[in-house]
Write a protein that binds this ligand. Structure first.
Ligand code: PLP
Length: 395
């Protein structure tokens, strides 16, 4: 804020401070040099994080790893899919998701996504019969119809991995996202609700999957004994699986653990902030925020909305620059250069498939970060300037 009470354009890419209590623990770790998760006989910070995260989500097992991408990769490997197995993924996701599928020697099959950013159930069902597994990315925390998805996959015995990288704290019929499928994967990268710079975690109730993922994450020799509850399974897998070494180290866990008690508050603030901005944007004849599906309680730290009412590409680009000039950073997913969430930029997959519905959505869908720390005045600044930028372009 300036001296005369004017709100300056809010910084939406800066992080918030890590809770003070992390300092003492990090100091202790630096003094002892005890950074490797398997050095201590028990109660290493990474192990404690796993126990606390499993308890927070209500799952039986948790495995902390180096990133959500690593968690997705290990999930696919733990499922023991044949080489080249087709894995369904939404065509609207982050490039790391098809990358994890390729890394696991599987074949990503892209499914159309609608203007509400959720998996198109018609296309999903049409492509499902051939699939060996499904990854559902709850992209930007927007939950696809998990009732239908689970019913269709359960009927065919197809395992579902939830990419809940951006969905920590979201619920579906009151159940935590990430606990609906066989495995749930989360991210602690800096732009997610809990920030460790980098990091990820997977959760599951299946002891066999958990044991296999633990060993492949790099629990060599008998380090698996330091993971509680899987002793019967581990003996089956020790030395039978490759070690991909994607472990988390203790310093990351020391940064993450004190943030877990703050999750509930961040979720509440994120939802309130999102809904406040959404209500304002929906008052514009040019902008529309798709509503959540009825069973979904969101935990957003960003907002997505569509440019409605026949915008041209040139107008959409002008809207981006006009908003930026007013201090609000907005990206039209399909119009910002090389955007990692636009499927035609995933050139490593080969020629882009025809996905007209997802393409049309990406060409008019806008993305604005709304960190949960923003004040109401800052949220209103963002909403007002987006509306004014749209009006300026559309006249
Ligand atoms: C951030 C993100 C990822 C990747 O997470 P990393 O921890 O950076 O590997 C995957 N999927 C979605 C939907 C994401 O938002």
């Amino acid at each position: 804020m300036t001296a005369d009470g004017q709100i300056l354009a809010p910084q939406t890419y800066n992080a918030e401070p890590i809770p003070e209590v992390a300092r003492a623990e990090i100091d202790r770790l630096l003094m002892s040099g005890d950074l490797f998760r398997y050095t201590a006989a028990k109660d290493a910070p990474v192990s404690l994080l796993e126990q606390e995260f499993a308890a927070l989500l209500g799952s039986t097992y948790a495995l902390a790893v180096s990133s959500c991408s690593a968690a997705l990769f290990l999930s696919l490997k733990a499922l023991d899919l044949p080489r080249g197995a087709p894995v369904l993924i939404p065509a609207f996701t982050f490039a790391a998701v098809p990358s994890a599928v390729v890394h696991a020697d599987c074949h990503p099959v892209l499914v159309e996504v609608g203007h509400d950013y959720r998996v198109d159930m018609g296309d999903f069902e049409a492509k499902l019969d051939d699939a060996a597994a499904v990854i559902i990315s709850h992209m930007r925390g927007q939950t696809s119809d998990m009732d239908q998805i689970m019913a269709l996959c359960d009927a065919r015995g197809i395992p579902v991995i939830e990419d809940a990288a951006h969905s920590l704290g979201t619920t579906w019929h009151g159940r935590n996202i990430g606990t609906l499928g066989k495995i749930g994967c989360f991210s602690f990268q800096s732009y997610k609700l809990v920030n460790a710079g980098e990091g990820g975690i997977l959760i599951t109730d299946d002891p066999e999957l958990a044991a296999r993922a633990v060993i492949m994450s790099g629990a060599y020799e008998s380090n698996w004994k330091k993971h509680p509850g899987m002793q019967n399974s581990f003996m089956l897998w020790q030395n039978k699986l490759p070690l991909y070494n994607m472990r988390m180290q203790n310093l990351s866990a020391a940064v993450i653990r004190p943030q877990l008690p703050e999750v509930a508050l961040r979720v509440a603030k994120g939802r309130a902030g999102h809904d406040r901005v959404a209500a304002q944007l929906n008052s514009s004849p040019h902008l529309a925020v798709p509503p959540a599906l009825p069973p979904e309680e969101r935990a957003p730290d960003s907002i997505q909305f569509n440019l409605i009412d026949a915008w041209s590409d040139a107008q959409a680009l002008a809207f981006q620059s006009e908003a930026k000039r007013r201090g609000v950073s907005v990206q039209v997913f399909g119009l910002s250069d090389g955007n990692a969430r636009a499927f035609w930029n995933w050139e490593f997959l080969g020629p882009a498939p025809e996905l007209p519905q997802t393409r049309a959505m990406l060409m008019r869908a806008c993305d604005v970060r709304l960190p949960t720390r923003l004040s109401n005045a800052e949220l209103d600044f963002i909403a007002r300037n987006l509306i004014d930028a749209a009006a300026a372009v559309r006249g």
